[in-house]
Design a protein around this ligand. Structure first.
Ligand code: ATP
Length: 365
């Protein structure tokens, strides 16, 4: 992505509502043709960021640049930016074709051009033949596709989507995810997308900007965010993870020995780690393996099974370490002998599956 030109930049963006700080200094470059998702807990500032980019809200300080031009003070309709909301209100008294045509009609485009573009857009969202239907005669997914066609007809450089699939049921949502991604790639339009659905963010985005308390915590490709979280918050927000508390014993040549409940575990070091420091080791639940026999793995701890939950093809087993820490392992049930509460078990993982992270769990604005 980095070789593409930058389309949108946020520089030192702050936003306060009365005494409340909603955005706390955002810096971001979004590349042309990129699919970037804003992800984070409720109230972290995702919608406010999108509204500022759209021009519907003014930042308290900072700048928004589109193609290097400062558009911070530009009216929304003068920006080559369009927005699709979760409950995008179609005009109920206009049929599908007129809804889609609306933006071009307002611009005074010639009738022949409008008609050709409406056909093109309806084909893109796979609603050819629905021109005469009224919004009330469409399903939720079809309405949302009309809303998307209506936003795309003006060929925006940038499309902002605030939970566009949030109102759809799971099956339709999964189908629309694929369709949206296909459209985005076909048109090469830059998308900035908000979702609460981690799986949606993971499967659709080129990069995810993880937000918390009005700041970006980490901006990375989905895989890097999952495999190499920078902080405990990033590790625990996505997927099911263990955060194992330990202390750095010795740091040398890219490796640190972590002391955990009497075990000494070799971990890949990070440049900010100093000996003696209290650390958290992130190991995903599906990367934590269990064995009743001692295994010759360097990253191995032993504990007692507390409980185990069967859930069809997989199972989650909870293990307590001698120092009271609790770990969760997710594993397939194929050919397993049922883990018995109270029995001793070894938990092990590949050294590359453990990532040392900063503890930012108690951070406040
Ligand atoms: P959600 O996921 O729940 O939609 P969000 O991440 O989109 O949340 P925002 O809607 O951007 O969060 O809100 C960020 C913060 O700013 C919140 O604490 C919210 O209460 C506050 N806020 C947003 N809009 C206003 C407003 N118009 N007046 C006062 N406070 C606001």
């Amino acid at each position: 992505m980095a070789e593409r030109p930058v389309l949108l930049s946020l520089r030192g963006l702050h936003k306060s509502f009365d005494t409340q700080e909603a955005l706390n200094g955002l810096d971001l470059d979004v590349y042309q043709g990129e699919f970037l998702t804003l992800l984070g807990p409720s109230g972290c500032g995702k919608t406010t960021t999108l509204r500022i980019i759209a021009g519907l809200e003014q930042p308290t300080s900072g700048r928004v640049l589109l193609d290097g031009q400062d558009i911070t003070a530009l009216a929304p309709e003068k920006r080559a930016v369009n927005t699709v909301f979760q409950n995008y209100a179609l005009f109920p008294h206009m049929n599908v074709a007129r809804n889609v045509a609306y933006g071009l009609r307002m611009r005074g485009a010639p009738k022949s051009e409008i008609s050709a573009r409406v056909d093109e857009m309806l084909e893109l969202v796979q609603l050819t033949g629905y021109e005469k239907r009224m919004p009330g005669q469409l399903s939720g997914g079809q309405r949302q596709r009309v809303a998307i066609a209506r936003s795309l007809i003006l060929s925006p450089r940038l499309l902002l989507l605030d939970e566009p699939l949030g109102a759809l049921d799971l099956q339709l949502r999964r189908q629309m995810q694929q369709e949206l991604k296909r459209m985005q790639q076909k048109l090469g339009i830059t998308f900035i997308y908000i979702t609460h659905d981690q799986e949606e963010a993971m499967s659709m985005s080129d990069r995810i900007a993880l937000m918390r308390l009005g700041r970006f915590v980490q901006i990375d490709a989905p895989r890097d965010l999952y495999e190499r979280p920078q902080t405990a918050f990033a590790a625990s927000f996505i997927g099911e993870t263990n955060l194992i508390s330990g202390r750095a014993e010795a740091v040398k040549e890219g490796e640190v020995l972590l002391q955990v409940a009497g075990f000494s575990l070799p971990c890949v070091s990070r440049d900010w780690i100093v000996p003696g420091e209290a650390l958290l080791l992130c190991v995903r639940a599906e990367r934590l393996h269990l064995s009743h026999e001692p295994v010759p793995a360097p990253c191995r701890v032993a504990g007692e099974i507390v409980e185990s939950h069967y859930a069809g093809g997989e199972r989650t087993t909870v293990v307590r370490l001698p120092d009271g820490q609790v770990l969760r392992a997710r594993h397939t049930t194929e050919g397993e002998s049922e883990p018995l509460p109270g029995s001793r078990v070894y938990c092990w993982w590949h050294p590359d599956s453990g990532v040392l992270v900063r503890d930012d769990r108690e951070e406040t604005p």
